[in-house]
Design a protein. Structure first.
Length: 255
């Protein structure tokens, strides 16, 4: 579903990612880990079009054909089926929970601006469908009872779920989660793991996630990529990664 080939990202003299390669298969949950500053979010930003890589390619195949999305605009990449959440939650905080999810539906809207202004029957029908879909998504993430509350009033863990619900409204094939367990206690992290597994199956998703909570990574990821100073130093299943000496040194240092 996703191929990153020899991707390098330079910012002046700083190499944030160096000849990075990754192949992610449909239906996988793949983790991207590494110490702070290793280049993880830079890779997400390249995949989602925030940055155009200095070198290399990003190829996305949602199921119909391969698309070279290298340097494409973020909205064009999202329309193909790639959506993400952020390390620092980016909700429309003064809007309601329902409106936050409703906005995500607009990526797939067929009506034009003129149709929405004069509110022709086809637009009103599409609007009703988006409303019902938003309610369904809120129900699936456990936020239906809070639909009329302002987004900023939700507890941290529920704000995370709301951001994921908004991403699901765009109908992604590949969902990128940037530190979804950040700030969560062990019980919340356990609930998040179950939640990610459930939405992966229900919405037929492939998931690519950055995470520092090793319990989450080892608990749900089938394949793990390890970055250090912008370079891929290890790849494998959880058991392999836990025993890899280079990974241990990157996280704990050497004597």
């Amino acid at each position: 579903m996703l191929k990153i080939e020899n991707m390098t990202m330079r910012f002046g003299g700083v190499v944030a990612a160096n000849k990075f390669n990754a192949h992610i298969k449909k239906g996988q949950i793949v983790g991207l880990i590494g110490p702070n500053g290793a280049g993880k979010t830079t890779i997400f930003n390249v995949v989602t079009g925030v940055y155009k890589p200095t070198e290399g390619k990003v190829i996305f195949n949602p199921g119909d054909k391969e698309h070279d999305i290298t340097g494409m605009a973020p909205d064009e990449i999202a329309k193909l089926g790639v959506c993400r959440t952020f390390q620092n939650i980016r909700l429309f905080k003064d809007m309601t929970v329902l409106d936050n999810v409703f906005i995500g539906n607009h990526l797939r809207i067929k009506s034009n601006v003129f149709s929405s202004i004069i509110r022709i029957p086809s637009y009103r029908k599409e609007e009703r469908e988006m409303f019902e879909k938003s309610l369904y998504l809120l129900d699936r993430v456990g936020l239906l009872d809070e639909k009329d509350e302002k987004a900023h009033s939700l507890p941290y863990g529920k704000q995370r779920r709301l951001e994921i619900a908004r991403a699901l409204a765009t109908e992604p094939k590949l969902l990128l989660l940037d530190e979804p367990a950040a700030g969560m206690n062990p019980q919340e992290s356990k609930e998040l793991m179950d939640f990610i597994l459930n939405i992966k199956d229900e919405f037929d998703l492939t998931v690519f996630l950055i995470e520092h909570h090793m319990d989450v990574v080892m608990g749900i990821c089938e394949d793990i990529l390890v970055l250090d100073h912008g370079e891929l130093i290890a790849q494998g299943d959880p058991e392999t990664i836990q025993k890899d000496q280079r990974v241990i040194e990157a996280y704990l240092g050497v004597d």
